[in-house]
Design a protein around this ligand. Structure first.
Ligand code: ADP
Length: 570
């Protein structure tokens, strides 16, 4: 039985939290119930909010982060104190790193006991621990401050560079009562939570002047550009200028990967050769080799960068930025577009021609590889199936994690629509799979295809029960090659199996069957195609155990060089 201390004329902390969320259009909570928030989850459901309950807080947190990215509103994750909070914290830190807006709300122990370290139930100074790992952290001690606390959390999560916010709600707060009318008036409906930030006209002019001098220009689209929902402006920038573009992983589909100006199939060439690069919502971090070195053709001399970003301190973080354009992407790209008249000179044809030539060559080579049908399947033959399925269902959301499974899927499976690809993000983290899949299905109602390495799947695999419980249209494909990277490592001393090896022939499909979903094993592309089509047609939770050659796959996929031992071999 749910208890509340409020009389009809009174309200309490529980209701104020829920009313504040509802007032701000935050109606889905990704949670894991327990002391002191169990009643809050029950009341939330009774008040008409949707509560999606998980098996581990990290996955609830990842779901909230993905919801934030997909909707532009902060995703809400609700956890218990200490251990639950810590489990959610990984997702909060990851969301902040990815610039996804979310709010982690955790119940906490009593301040008086925590601060004197007297050993309360799940005692922990959660606010202090969360602070360095997120964009902002707040604690509310009085019921009348709940409205302000939630308003501050929302603004912090979505304004400027988006990120994760921690909101600490001590157990005692929920049972505090106050006059219902006063309580209602204490709530804040946040007006314009992510205000536009217009770029300075001189910054726009500086960027246009530099772009005009380019002989080999390139536009690089990052997940900030996808998040910004400036799809038409970005497309206009690319098409009006005629400049080749490269999408970062989660910007795939912002323009269809099959677009004529996509330079994805000539990636190394364009990064090496470009002379002026326009970064749109992409950081020059490790994913872009920090903007320097061999990848960027250092031998050809330094590049000139135009960077569009909402965060002024992102500029010059790795290399000099000649033309910083600070503001929201919609406003910045619109301002650039306004300065690009119909007489804008398209890039020289020797540049676009050289790119087209390389693209053709690489695409032909790829088509030959994809057409092969080896037994057992390898990454390519299995992903050729996924590629065709996504082509036929461009509205489906692809969630993708793993090492080789990630790398190959990113390059083989074309995306056609914005914000349809969710993956390991800036950290290259494992474990986002099922959390992101749940949120993608809940927030969009679209089919979700999760392409998972067998190792990556293990981090969140228990959430297949969550997928079944809410009957979500998620089709998980586990690329099963018996281990991390591959399944053939051997312990030279005998005894235990090698650290990277799993149980051979594991039946991941039975995990989904255990909870009432559909589980299938696929050993050929034809079987995989049939199972995926059936999953998409039925919308039933499905797990396909796709058997991949256990010798396929390389150590750490494409980032082998980051292993310390690789440096010793140099
Ligand atoms: P990727 O990993 O795809 O290269 P990053 O996560 O490195 O992308 O970069 C995203 C960038 O986009 C961040 O620097 C962030 O500040 C920026 N950003 C996010 N949202 C907006 C927005 N609405 N307007 C402008 N910049 C944004």
């Amino acid at each position: 039985m749910t208890t509340t201390s409020a009389t009809p004329e009174q309200t309490d902390g529980f209701h104020l939290v829920l009313d504040a969320l509802k007032l701000n259009g935050l109606e889905t909570i990704y949670a894991l119930p327990g002391i002191p928030i169990t009643d809050l989850t029950r009341m939330a459901q009774r008040e008409g909010l949707r509560v999606i309950s998980f098996r581990h807080e990290q996955h609830a947190g990842n779901a909230a982060a993905a919801a934030g990215y997909l909707t532009g509103k902060p995703g809400i994750c609700l956890t218990v104190s200490a251990p639950g909070f810590l489990n959610g914290l990984t997702a909060l830190a990851n969301a902040t790193t990815n610039c996804f807006p979310m709010i982690l709300i955790s119940g906490s122990s009593e301040r008086e006991i925590v601060d004197l370290q007297q050993g309360d139930y799940e005692e922990m100074d959660q606010l202090a621990i969360a602070k360095p790992l997120c964009k902002a952290a707040y604690r509310v001690l009085h019921a009348e401050d709940i409205g302000v606390g939630i308003a501050r959390a929302i603004r912090s999560a979505v304004s400027g560079r988006p990120g994760g916010v921690y909101l600490d709600l001590p157990a005692k707060l929920f049972a505090q009562t106050m006059d219902a009318v006063k309580g209602k008036h204490s709530l804040i409906k946040v007006v314009d939570p992510a205000p536009k930030q217009l770029p300075a006209p001189e910054a726009v002019q500086r960027a246009l002047d530099l772009l005009k001098t380019a002989k080999r220009p390139l536009i690089l689209l990052g997940k900030g550009a996808s998040y910004a929902r400036a799809d038409e402006e970005v497309r206009a920038l690319v098409e009006k200028t005629g400049i080749p573009y490269l999408p970062m992983s989660m910007a795939k589909g912002l323009l269809p990967d099959t677009h004529d100006q996509s330079a994805s199939a000539a990636r190394s060439y364009v990064l090496e050769q470009a002379d002026v690069v326009v970064l749109v919502g992409a950081r020059l971090n490790w994913l872009l080799s920090h903007g320097k070195g061999k990848t960027w053709g250092a031998a050809n001399g330094p590049k000139k960068f135009i960077q569009i970003d909402i965060s002024p301190t992102e500029m010059d973080s790795n290399v000099a930025i000649e033309a910083p354009v600070v503001g929201d992407i919609g406003s910045c790209v619109a301002a650039l577009n306004a300065g690009i008249g119909s007489n804008w000179a398209k890039p020289p044809s020797d540049w676009t021609g050289a790119i087209a030539e390389r693209k053709d060559k690489n695409l032909t080579k790829m088509a030959e590889t994809l057409a092969k049908n080896p037994a057992p399947m390898n990454f390519h033959s299995a992903l050729n199936v996924v590629r065709n399925i996504v082509k036929a269902r461009p509205d489906a959301i692809v969630v993708n994690e793993g090492a080789n499974t990630l790398d190959f899927t990113r390059s083989i499976v074309d995306m056609y629509e914005p914000r349809k690809r969710l993956d390991v993000g800036t950290w290259g983290i494992m474990g986002i799979g099922m959390g992101f899949s749940v949120a993608a299905a809940v927030e969009t109602g679209k089919p979700v295809i999760a392409i998972e390495g067998d190792s990556a799947f293990g981090f969140s695999g228990m959430e297949v029960e969550t997928i079944c419980r809410y009957n979500l249209p998620v089709c998980v494909v586990v690329f099963n090659n018996n281990g991390v990277y591959k399944g053939t490592d051997v312990n030279p001393l005998g005894g235990d199996v090698a650290p990277t090896v799993f149980v051979k022939g594991a039946r991941y499909d039975l995990m989904m069957q255990a909870f009432g979903g559909v589980g299938v094993t696929a050993t050929t592309p034809a079987e995989l195609d049939k199972a995926m089509n059936e999953a998409l047609a039925s919308g039933k939770p499905t797990l396909i155990n796709a058997i991949i050659d256990e010798t396929a796959g390389t150590e750490s996929g494409r980032i082998t060089s980051l292993n310390p031992a690789a440096a010793l071999k140099k």
